[in-house]
Ligand binder design. Structure first.
Ligand code: GLN
Length: 532
């Protein structure tokens, strides 16, 4: 079968959950046996979101091949279990950079370089995944960031228009819009949807399928109205009501026949509706997980999206442990020696979150000391692990001035040090130690057990600083063990204190590889201990 292309755009407002809809379509097509990938095109100029503050853009998600991407790729991976790559996350900046680099090389000698056709051609090339020629895919789902009508997304829309023309029935456009409910009038309003579709049509794109986001149920009359005003078949007007959990969305979309509508538009026989047993089993578990386990996220970003993958990994691990993980943000900037007991009161465990820079780190260190000395399950991730290591140096090894080189350039007790290869780096973008690296686990350790007695695992990284091996023996002698090491570079990737209930720090980010049908073993083990 030729590869088919599904384009997902959004209208009216942002934050409608295009990423969830794209991921759900991916999941539903997979359930029918198709090979799928999902990619995101973002209209901003940054080459990647790696240099963006989480306040701007939420979490930065990292792929196996070490690319810093949009957090929607996390949804794609969690829903579908696929591993995305650098070719699944494209920005306007990257498109322009490719074209401008080519121009400087002389590839277009004599020609004027223009948005149309040069930029749009490069967008099309990437939408068609021409750099992944060997890939055998049935479906490529392309989500375009932003909202219809944004000036900056116009070249992406033009590329979609041309591709639809070129690909004929092998391309389908799904447009997601919003149907607001006006309380005073007690009415749902479809006018913004009509305008949004008109805007798309004015760019030469007729959507095939409309997904209407709504807080209230839309009756058939409403759907009919939208269908007739927007030139869309009635069966292709699907509604996406607010769900108690995002993981209900694929099933809700299947019930309304979104996947069947896509197949029909393309001209593929629809066949039987797949039962998605594993997914339903998961949803049943989710509905039945009632007992709450309170877990603290100690970090500096008071924003849901900043620790998105950690939150989802904890939620998933909770569900598989038959409990509901109730997450509480604890602002590390506000934690002091005096109030730490009160701040962490009632929490069954804490995650010390990743991050950069000095803001809020002393609070993380105080929290790490409190949970270590009170034997409360603690999971340190990346900067969180580094703070556990510093706390141990200050309070157990007796080095009061212990710190990370990132925070203190001069301390003689730089228990966290800059990695050798990072010393000569001057450019910020895309230059950290990024992506999946091997890690050898020490037999008999807690993590070795958690990973099901695997000797060698692979996890994704995003950091410049690292445990300083000069102090390794002292740590081990005093009870903090280095139980995971990267064999090629001899870098410590995991520390644990075996005598504690659960006190583990990982230099890598396990949260990037937790999915709905495959929750991550470390989160599973951590939440299990918290639930005791
Ligand atoms: N700032 C730390 C480093 O660069 C930790 C990074 C992180 O938590 N992702 O090593």
């Amino acid at each position: 079968m030729d590869t088919k292309y599904i384009f997902v755009t959004g209208g009216v407002v942002s934050s409608l959950g295009k990423g969830i809809i794209s991921a759900s379509i991916g999941r539903l097509l997979q359930a029918r046996g198709y090979k799928v990938t999902i990619q995101k095109f973002d209209p901003y100029i940054n080459i990647d979101p790696g240099t963006l503050n989480p306040y701007e853009h939420g979490e930065c998600y990292v792929t196996d091949d070490g690319f810093e991407t949009d957090l929607d790729l996390g949804h794609y991976e969690r829903f579908t279990g696929i591993h995305t790559t650098r070719n699944n996350s494209i920005t306007t900046g990257r498109i322009y950079k490719t074209v401008i680099d080519r121009e400087r090389k002389g590839d277009y000698l004599g020609k004027t370089i223009q948005v149309v056709p040069h930029i749009t051609d490069e967008i099309k090339r990437r939408m068609l995944r021409e750099d992944e020629k060997d890939e055998q895919l049935d479906f490529v789902i392309t989500e375009v960031g932003g909202t219809i009508g944004d000036i900056e997304s116009a070249p992406f829309m033009e590329a979609i228009r041309q591709l639809r023309w070129q690909l004929g029935r092998n391309a389908v456009c799904v447009h997601l819009t919003y149907v607001p409910y006006l309380k005073a009038a007690d009415e749902l309003k479809t006018k913004p949807t009509q305008h949004s579709v008109k805007e798309l049509q004015s760019m030469g794109i007729q959507p095939d399928i409309l997904v209407l986001r709504t807080e209230r149920h839309l009756d058939d009359h409403m759907r009919m109205k939208v269908a007739s005003f927007c030139n869309v078949d009635l069966e292709c007007v699907v509604q996406s009501e607010d769900m108690p959990s995002i993981y209900e969305v694929p099933v809700n979309m299947q019930k309304q026949g979104l996947d069947a509508a896509i197949l029909r538009k393309i001209g593929i026989p629809v066949g039987e509706t797949p039962e998605m047993k594993a997914w339903h089993d998961f949803l049943d578990k989710q509905r039945n997980a009632k007992r709450e386990v309170h877990i603290g996220l100690v970090g500096k970003y008071d924003l849901q999206d900043a620790y998105k993958s950690i939150r989802e990994s904890l939620n998933l691990a909770g569900i598989y442990n038959d409990v509901k993980a109730k997450l509480h943000f604890v602002n590390s900037e506000e934690i002091t020696e005096q109030n730490v007991a009160e701040k962490l009161e009632g929490l069954a465990g804490i995650v010390i979150c990743p991050g950069f820079g000095t803001r809020g780190i002393e609070g993380k260190i105080i929290a790490a000391e409190y949970t270590r000395t009170h034997d409360i399950p603690t999971f340190g991730i990346c900067l969180g692990m580094q703070m556990m290591v510093i706390e141990f140096a200050r309070n157990v090894l007796g080095y009061k001035d212990a710190n990370s080189r990132e925070m203190d350039e001069k301390t003689p007790h730089n228990v966290i040090d800059i990695m050798e290869e990072q010393k000569s780096i001057t450019q910020m973008g895309g230059t950290m130690r990024l992506g999946a690296y091997d890690c050898e686990l020490k037999e008999g350790s807690r993590v070795y057990e958690a990973y099901g007695k695997e000797n060698l695992i692979k996890e994704r990284h995003r950091h410049r600083y690292e445990f300083n091996n000069a102090f390794k023996e002292e740590y081990e002698a005093k009870g903090m063990k280095c139980v995971g090491v990267n064999p090629a570079a001899n870098l410590v990737e995991i520390v644990e204190i075996p005598e504690k209930r659960w006190y583990i720090g990982t230099q890598f980010h396990p949260e990037y590889s937790s999915s709905v049908l495959n929750p991550h073993p470390l989160f599973m083990s951590f939440v299990k201990e918290c639930a005791q």
